[in-house]
Design a protein around this ligand. Structure first.
Ligand SMILES: NC(=O)c1ccc[n+]([C@@H]2O[C@H](COP(=O)([O-])OP(=O)(O)OC[C@H]3O[C@@H](n4cnc5c(N)ncnc54)[C@H](OP(=O)(O)O)[C@@H]3O)[C@@H](O)[C@H]2O)c1
Length: 282
């Protein structure tokens, strides 16, 4: 089996590539830019992969509010070009999406199923939803995997780390931390997601999937648990989203119901912290 992995230099891409069995061709932006359809087509046509995995995305949730064209160019139009190429090359496509396709239903407090109608609150969420639709409409053998709150040992390139590392760094600097307590979702370890995605690709279960760690928490609870498990003292205060004044609106509740159960988020976080400390050990 030959896999071509877009976004291979991102935090998910880096955990996914080594877990794929077969020939794996990691593609970073210079070889496969989603906003350059001709380059993308030439690269993939020369490779003739059996499966394309798209870990690449425009991920700047707040910035997207002021540059919607840039978000759509990658997450909407770029993914449409990729989907057309996969259809023409008759290969399957696994594409990642987000819990931020939900949020409009402000009363919602039960996990979202794949059959639930999405309704994004942000430009980023809308651009990712556009990507989901074109993949589902164009590529016969597709897997669209919605996930949430990723943290991996590599850190999200564009965001300069991940939530866990940011919390530990700021606490280490002795900074008081004000963390939103009214957004409930499921932070997910990229290793768990990568392993589940690899298993999914071995099946014929094409279509829309949710893959997140089990359970849910607010970002405040997640931060408090990070400090408890890491044995770090932090000056932590819960705040409401309205106080935070982020450019993009985020869902108050975006827990995803999964068909395949991953381990609980608390166990996954403990696993991450263990791997992290092994990595940092001289
Ligand atoms: N991070 C999260 O919390 C989260 C939550 C839910 C869903 N997701 C989804 O999960 C997937 C993986 O996210 P991640 O956290 O691994 O993201 P990431 O670390 O930010 O990686 C994204 C990758 O996409 C590449 N990229 C950006 N624009 C591109 C373009 N025009 N053409 C080709 N490559 C481009 C980036 O390359 P450069 O290094 O060159 O910028 C980067 O390597 C994405 O679909 C994301 O939407 C993420």
């Amino acid at each position: 089996m030959k896999y071509a992995v877009l976004g291979s230099a991102g935090q998910l891409g880096r955990d996914l590539c080594p877990r794929l069995a077969g020939e794996v061709v990691p593609l970073a932006r210079p070889q496969a830019d989603l906003t350059h359809a001709e380059m993308l087509r030439a690269t993939l046509t020369a490779l003739r992969p059996d499966v394309v995995v798209n870990c690449a995305a425009y991920n700047f949730v707040d910035r997207a509010e002021s540059e919607p064209e840039a978000a759509m160019a990658v997450n909407g139009w770029g993914v449409r070009a990729l989907a057309e190429i996969c259809r023409d090359l008759d290969c399957s496509l696994l594409h990642f999406s987000t819990d931020y396709v939900f949020g409009l239903d402000e009363a919602r407090r039960t996990p979202y199923k794949t059959e639930d109608a999405p309704g994004p609150l942000s430009v980023y969420g809308l651009s990712k939803l556009a990507g989901e639709y074109v993949v589902r409409a164009i590529v016969p053998r597709h897997f669209v995997v919605r996930t949430c709150g990723l943290y991996g040992l590599w850190g999200a390139g564009g965001k300069g780390g991940n939530f866990v590392e940011t919390m530990l760094r700021l606490a280490g600097e002795g900074k008081p931390l004000r963390i939103v307590a009214d957004q409930e979702c499921t932070p997910t370890f990229t290793v768990d997601l990568a392993e589940a995605a690899v298993e999914l690709m071995k099946t014929e279960r094409h279509g829309l999937h949710h893959l997140v760690n089990a359970g849910s928490c607010s970002w405040f609870e997640f931060a408090r648990t990070i400090f408890e498990l890491a044995g770090v003292k932090a000056d932590l205060t819960p705040v409401a989203s309205a106080e935070w004044k982020a450019a993009a609106r985020r869902p108050g509740y975006s827990v995803l119901k999964c068909q395949t159960q991953l381990r609980p988020w608390l166990e996954a976080l403990a696993g991450y912290l263990r791997q992290r400390s092994q990595r940092l050990r001289p």
